[in-house]
Design a binder for this molecule. Structure first.
Ligand code: SAM
Length: 212
């Protein structure tokens, strides 16, 4: 009989974290386990997101916020295009790793929680980038996370939102917990409106743009 492959560390840690009532504690646990060589962080690629690279526009000093910045590749891409970037992650080990990887960076790497963000970020960013972070928390936290996200966008700005598309993936225990189209569209709230919504990666992910 073929042995069952071990469950990935993100599944094991997230289940324990959620059982203890925290949707996010497992991220720090996963990054620290990875730093000891005991786990793999499945989303680290060592390069920026390809769809973000395709979208890239000159920042001309305007303010950008990268949500769930992990090891910093997307934040650095935006900074290289002239955006004044703040990048945050709930996991202190990820924030420290990004600072260490890019010691000369202009990016402000910050530990913060999308579910309880600093008040001064309200409508403060001309570009808001959310790529596969909200889907990494269970659906109970989705509405609050989306409200925070929409709140970051300044008038005239652009929000880019990409999540796994529920309509094209087989149901599996999370993470991730995929999005429906209606959930993606719900970023359009409180004065934010949808500009475009398409699928990328052969239909597996949504790529949506919003403005205020
Ligand atoms: C699935 S990873 C995606 C990372 C990156 N955005 C990418 O595209 O590869 C989710 C990231 O978001 C962070 N994160 C999860 N929940 C968060 C929250 N509530 N606030 C801030 N960061 C969060 C995690 O620590 C992790 O680095």
């Amino acid at each position: 009989m073929t042995p069952t492959p071990p469950e990935p560390a993100d599944r094991v840690l997230s289940r324990a974290s959620l059982a203890e009532g925290s949707p996010t504690a497992w991220f720090e646990q996963l990054y620290t386990a990875a730093s000891r060589g005991e786990a793999k962080v499945p989303w680290t690629r060592g390069k920026p997101n390809a769809a973000l690279a395709d979208w890239l526009r000159p920042g001309e000093g305007r303010r950008a916020l990268v949500v769930g910045s992990a090891l910093g590749d997307d934040a650095e891409l935006l900074a290289s295009a002239g955006w004044a970037v703040t990048a945050f992650d709930v996991a202190p080990t990820a924030v420290e790793a990004a600072r260490t990887r890019f010691p000369e960076s202009s990016v402000a790497y910050v530990v913060a929680d999308l579910l309880d963000p600093p008040g001064e970020w309200h409508q403060a960013f001309d570009l808001v980038v959310e790529i596969i972070n909200i889907q990494a928390m269970p659906r109970d936290f989705r509405a609050a996370a989306i409200t925070s996200l929409a709140g970051f966008l300044a008038p005239g700005g652009t929000a880019l939102v990409s999540e796994v598309a529920e309509e094209n993936v087989a149901p599996e225990p999370g993470p991730p917990w995929p999005f429906s189209r209606a959930e993606i569209e719900s970023v359009a709230q409180g004065g934010v409106r949808l500009v475009s919504l398409e699928t990328i990666h052969d239909g597996l992910r949504y790529w949506a743009t919003f403005t205020r």
